[in-house]
Design a protein around this ligand. Structure first.
Ligand SMILES: [Zn+2]
Ligand SMILES: [Zn+2]
Length: 310
């Protein structure tokens, strides 16, 4: 692959026209110095091995993506198997994060047990870890899709495989049927036999948050981003996904805003609160800087000191 990062003009064009938008939203979609171009891929990186045509805002609109509406208005999370009980309750944190990120109600369903007779598992020959067959999970999700669901996403700390001949898979989804299943197992250093550092829970939480919003982004019809550094960038290995930011670039934020129609200031404020609470210091600093640009430092300070709201 011979991917060349887009020029500044191409990046701006991908954001789409901001004419006629409210002043705050227009400013929110201005990159200023808060968004960097996607870097030139290194050997082994996603864009070095995968051809991505990219998807501008205008192309996104033309693709007629799934959008939440009066009926399909909730994001459902389906825990699959047990989650470790640590200082951070991962499912609760992910619920709060997804709610702030997508500005939509999020509900966590009762845990689906691995002893469910419809779920096939195996022990992986190489890792000796238990794995779950993704297609079984997708079938269960399709059969149980709540009427008011925009999407239903199973999340698990167990490893996954999509068919017997495969070694493993990080996740699998059906965008048309609005269901998906994603594993966080390989985001835990212990999976590879590596030492868990002192703040490993925070590391797993941040990686899981990133996977969840990236994959949920796909549910909204957002394709991989090839314009800026962005949570919607594809990634081919852990180092690359760790280097991806948690935020949506202006192209992808414009898309999500078009679908959901949130108040951008409230959304950023709720995300800021979450980052502060869980100790994602770099992410909260970035957001405060961004809000300074959008609202000016005084208004930004006032907003960030207020309490949460939906
Ligand atoms: Zn993706
Ligand atoms: Zn993007």
């Amino acid at each position: 692959m011979d991917f060349k990062p887009p020029t500044a003009a191409e990046r701006l064009k991908a954001i789409g026209s901001t004419e006629g938008l409210e002043e705050i939203l227009r400013k929110t979609l201005e990159p200023a110095d808060d968004f960097e171009s996607i870097p030139t891929p290194q050997p082994g990186d996603w864009l070095a091995v995968h051809y991505e045509p990219g998807q501008t805002f205008d192309e996104f609109i033309k693709s007629k993506p799934n959008r939440p509406d009066k009926t399909r208005k909730k994001i459902y999370l389906q825990p699959l198997g047990e989650f470790p009980k640590g200082q951070i309750t991962l499912t609760e944190a992910l619920k709060e994060y997804a709610g702030a990120y997508f500005a939509m109600p999020v509900e966590v369903l009762p845990t689906l047990s691995l002893s469910d007779k419809n779920i096939t598992t195996r022990i992986n020959n190489y890792t000796k870890n238990r794995q779950i067959l993704t297609t079984d999970v997708l079938t269960i999700l399709k059969d149980n899709l709540p009427a008011d669901a925009f999407c239903l996403l199973a999340i698990t700390m167990e490893d996954l495989y999509p068919e017997p001949s495969w070694n493993f898979v990080f996740g699998q989804a059906s965008l048309i049927e609005r269901v998906g299943v994603y594993s966080f197992a390989r985001y835990d250093p212990a999976f590879y036999g590596d030492k868990r550092e002192k703040d490993y829970e925070k590391l797993i939480l941040r990686r899981s948050c990133k996977v969840l919003v990236h994959e949920t982004g796909h549910m909204f019809g957002l394709q991989h981003c090839i314009f800026f550094r962005c949570v919607m960038n594809g990634s081919n290995h852990l180092k690359e996904s760790d280097s991806r930011p948690l935020y949506l670039c202006p192209v992808c934020l414009h898309k999500l805003h078009h679908s959901v129609g949130f108040d951008v200031t409230i959304r950023y404020k709720n995300l800021y609160r979450f980052y502060q609470k869980v100790g994602f210091d770099n992410d909260s600093r970035w957001l405060a800087h961004r809000l300074d640009f959008i609202l000016g430092p005084t208004a930004s300070r006032t907003i960030l000191e207020q309490k949460n709201e939906q």
